[in-house]
Design a protein around this ligand. Structure first.
Ligand code: SF4
Ligand code: SF4
Length: 593
């Protein structure tokens, strides 16, 4: 049977067909849909983990006792999971294990652009790089064979276009693979130095065998045409290169890229007059080709970062540029990213942004937009879960310069708190910080598209689960000053911020209101009864056009310059009531939705 699938869906399908028993992931673009798709297969135990390290660790546990396991994450997630990743390379597997990293050349939604092929090399973990959905499905199945045959975890490195691009996939049936017997093996799985030294030696033996596999696998193949130009490429770049060079070049397409197939590369390069390396991010293949003694063109012509689209390749190798469609100035409205209409973070950032002498330490999530106009309420954003501890360090330095009276407010979301914010807050408590830590609890993992998390009361399969009590965790960490507020109530938000900024000890504010786009659970309906049942309208007899309501930055409000009055888009408005609290003339009124 054939089906049109994204790369993420095809990975899930391949894992299903390979008989995978256990899958765990933390959501993150462009990898999110892998676990979402796997969770539809009833045969597979599929879970959202609170972070990528936990996802990989639980997959390792499943593997040790004989199950086939999968862990998926976006590229920065492998940084979080790097600790178990490196040691897992030493122990090897019992049940086959595949780890997916979804890289983001061009940085569409991430805080950096990193090439996780380097992780395969650094950790000595074999790696596949699919170029389309069929390869995603086929390579996962092959990866499970390799994993069990060579006793190693296998990394599959995807990129955004492979994850989200759709192509036809020939499907097979699920092959039920029996869960292997678990035999206690301390020398293999207890990595104290005495055991780990032996495992380190074994790893080199495995890599030698994997080198031989790299030379013979059909996933590393050549397409011979003209010998004037030889292109060596991998992943989505294979398609880009073929679009530009067509059959005027020969290709060595690498699908298994660690360890590298040296003999295959040497053989190909010897036949070519000129060698081009087309790859995204780092000169990973290029460096190997040069080590093998061949001159080649790659990053000397291509940009060192961003996506290597056909346009970029044409410009680099032929100095050709597509003619651009021009349009009159002003035709396209400048539309920067903004918090949604009805977003519960708006009230909080509106109040926070008004404060002077406050540094705001932010974190990863849709609330990162608090840095933008009109709030300007974020000073730093480095990594997932680091907001509290980064803020703590900053406050300690500010405290040394008491005359400046600078205070730090640290901000992260509910899912981020559960991901790795807990240890960050532990640092704040343990080292007696006087930062104000704020958990923006919108009752869901918002930015990645509403995945459940340990705080929502539901699991990845939509079944009821125990809901972690965020306030209880904060209290258990030793925080004494905790307040939960509705961020849509501006006066209360303002008062609580003032009150907590006066404290000279660790404190936590939890703002609690559901994401504006959330499908309410039964519990939400009870807890937030009446939410989103009203809308706002402008009473044109009262509006004096002062534009104060525009300061909340809600995309549902605009200023009608003909009428010289505010106007509200009734389709977008969710009736959060923020704008209504800003109007000095009570010109913004409630109306039934
Ligand atoms: S009530 Fe006002 S601020 Fe809230 S969504 Fe509607 S227009 Fe926007
Ligand atoms: S704040 Fe009130 S009076 Fe001023 S523009 Fe907005 S709706 Fe009109």
């Amino acid at each position: 049977m054939k089906q049109l699938l994204t790369g993420d869906e095809a990975i899930a399908r391949g894992a299903y067909e390979a008989g995978v028993h256990f899958a765990s992931a933390y959501p993150g673009t462009p990898s999110t849909e892998i676990l979402e798709s796997i969770s539809n297969y009833k045969e597979v135990c599929a879970e959202w983990a609170p972070n990528e390290k936990v996802a990989l660790e639980s997959a390792i546990g499943a593997s040790i006792v004989g199950g086939r396991a999968l862990a998926a994450m976006k590229h920065v997630g492998l940084n979080v999971a790097a600790d178990p990743f490196f040691t897992f390379a030493y122990t090897g597997v019992n049940g086959g294990t595949v780890i997916i990293t979804a890289d983001e050349p061009g940085q569409h939604s991430a805080q950096n652009e990193q090439d996780n092929r380097n992780y395969a090399k650094a950790a000595k973990v074999p790696m596949f790089e699919p170029a389309n959905s069929q390869e995603c499905r086929d390579m996962v199945i092959e990866a499970y064979h390799i994993s069990e045959q060579y006793d190693c975890p296998v990394l599959i490195r995807m990129t955004t276009r492979v994850c989200h691009g759709k192509s036809i996939v020939t499907l097979g049936e699920r092959k039920e693979v029996p869960i292997k017997e678990y035999l206690k093996d301390v020398k293999k799985y207890v990595c104290v130095p005495a055991n780990a030294k032996g495992l380190r030696r074994n790893l080199e033996v495995k890599l030698e065998k994997l080198k031989a596999f790299a030379e013979t696998t059909a996933f590393n193949f050549t397409e011979m045409n003209d010998s004037k130009i030889g292109v060596i490429t991998s992943g989505a770049c294979y398609h880009y290169a073929k679009e530009v060079f067509e059959d005027k070049a020969s290709y060595l397409k690498l699908g298994f890229t660690y360890p590298m197939p040296d003999e295959k590369i040497i053989d190909f390069c010897r036949k070519m007059d000129t060698i081009y390396i087309i790859e995204e991010n780092d000169p990973y293949i290029e460096e190997r080709v040069k080590i093998l003694g061949f001159n080649c063109h790659g990053k000397d012509l291509l940009p060192k970062y961003g996506e290597m689209t056909p346009d970029v390749i044409k410009k680099a190798f032929f100095n050709l540029e597509n003619s651009l469609i021009t349009y009159p100035d002003g035709m396209i409205v400048d539309r920067p990213p903004t918090l949604c209409a009805g977003c519960p973070h708006r009230g909080f950032f509106f109040e926070l942004g008004k404060r002077k002498n406050v540094m705001v330490s932010g974190d990863i999530g849709c609330y990162s937009l608090g840095f933008a106009k009109p709030y300007n309420a974020m000073d730093s954003l480095i990594c997932m879960g680091g907001g509290f501890s980064i803020g703590h360090g900053a406050q300690k330095i500010f405290n040394m310069k008491k005359e400046e009276k600078m205070r730090v407010v640290s901000v992260l979301g509910d899912s981020t708190f559960l991901h790795s914010g807990i240890t960050s807050l532990m640092d704040v408590v343990y080292n007696n910080s006087n930062t104000v830590s704020v958990i923006l609890d919108n009752r869901i993992t918002g930015m990645t598209g509403h995945q459940e998390n340990p705080g929502t009361g539901y699991n990845a399969k939509g079944e009821e689960a125990s809901a972690v009590d965020i306030e209880g965790i904060v209290r258990a960490l030793g925080i004494k000053h905790i307040r939960t507020v509705n961020p849509n109530q501006l006066k209360e938000m303002d008062k609580v911020l003032d009150e907590f900024l006066e404290l000279d000890e660790p404190s936590v504010i939890i703002t609690k209101w559901p994401c504006a786009l959330k499908k309410f659970s039964i519990e939400d309906k009870k807890e937030f009864a009446g939410a989103f049942t009203l809308k706002m309208v402008i009473n044109e007899d009262k509006c004096i056009g002062c534009k104060l309501c525009m300061k909340c930055g809600c995309p549902a409000i605009r200023f009608d310059s003909d009428k010289k009055q505010a106007a509200i888009d009734g389709i977008q408005c969710l009736g959060c009531g923020i704008c209504n609290q800003l109007c000095p003339k009570n010109a913004i009124e409630w109306k039934e939705a």
